[in-house]
Write a protein that binds this ligand. Structure first.
Ligand code: SAH
Length: 243
């Protein structure tokens, strides 16, 4: 049995889906928690490691857009920890990458609640593994950029806007998270920025899950390919001549 502390929040990376890709530490905390607050991207197979009497709370429904606001998530963590429960906040992939980790840490710090972070395998690493490519290659690509395709500033004008055009001259591999819906936007920007039309793209949908799908295309064709193949989120888009 694990001696994780009460009144403490564990911000745990669940990895990309396949339970074999959980860290031992994540498994230890998940199987000892009183309460697990999980993101919709967390695979159900991982939740099966929870205690039978643990409370499992989803923070959003897949694809319906019905998600708890960040403030509500923070409040739930704080209330549960203050009531003396062992709380695991379970996040897809690695909480350090597009995981709103700092916002949750700030809320816990303000509420004087202790926490620990457990890193996970990010979906970019998992997607590379599934597609059989390396994200770097010292002969062709000595850098990797992890980019969100989500246009955050369109939802909240106080947030900075990314100029995707600038990535056209990035000397390495581009990885788009959350890039399916915005494909028109970023692919046109990369073309405008001068990235070659025939740049290779690999799209890995549902990496490491039963319904995993891998699609290969090029920059000029990516928008049409996503439509034709009916590719939906979650997917990782790997751009560059690495394979
Ligand atoms: N913290 C997560 C990323 C959260 S942002 C991580 O480290 O992986 C959510 C985005 O992650 C999705 O839109 C998708 O781009 C990507 N993603 C998460 N799980 C995925 C999976 N199993 N397969 C493909 N992409 C995934």
């Amino acid at each position: 049995m694990c001696d994780i502390q009460k009144g403490f929040v564990y911000l745990v990376g669940a990895g990309p889906g396949d339970p074999d890709l959980l860290t031992v530490r994540a498994l230890r905390y998940i199987s000892a928690a009183d309460l697990i607050l999980y993101d919709y991207l967390v695979d159900v197979r991982i939740l099966s490691f929870a205690r039978v009497d643990a409370e499992l709370v989803s923070l959003g429904e897949p694809y319906t857009g019905r998600k708890l606001k960040q403030d509500e998530v923070n409040e739930r963590m704080i209330i549960a920890a203050n009531s003396g429960r062992k709380v695991v906040r379970l996040k897809g992939g690695d909480p350090h990458i597009f995981g709103r980790l700092n916002e949750e840490i700030d809320a816990l710090t303000n509420a004087k609640i202790q926490y620990e972070i457990v890193p996970g395998i990010t979906s970019a690493s998992a997607a590379a593994w599934c597609a059989g490519v390396s994200l770097t290659d010292r002969r062709k690509s000595s850098a990797v950029a992890l980019i969100t395709g989500h246009l955050s500033h369109e939802h909240d004008p106080t947030l900075p806007a990314l100029d995707f055009k600038k990535f056209a001259s990035f000397q390495g591999t581009l990885i788009f998270y959350m890039g399916v819906v915005t494909v028109k936007h970023w692919s046109n920007a990369l073309l405008e920025g001068g990235m070659p039309k025939n740049t290779n793209i690999i799209i890995v949908q549902n990496a490491t899950m039963k319904n995993q799908k891998i699609t290969k295309t090029t920059l000029i064709n990516v928008e049409q390919k996503i439509k034709d193949e009916n590719i939906k989120s979650p997917a990782i888009i790997i751009i560059g001549n690495i394979s």
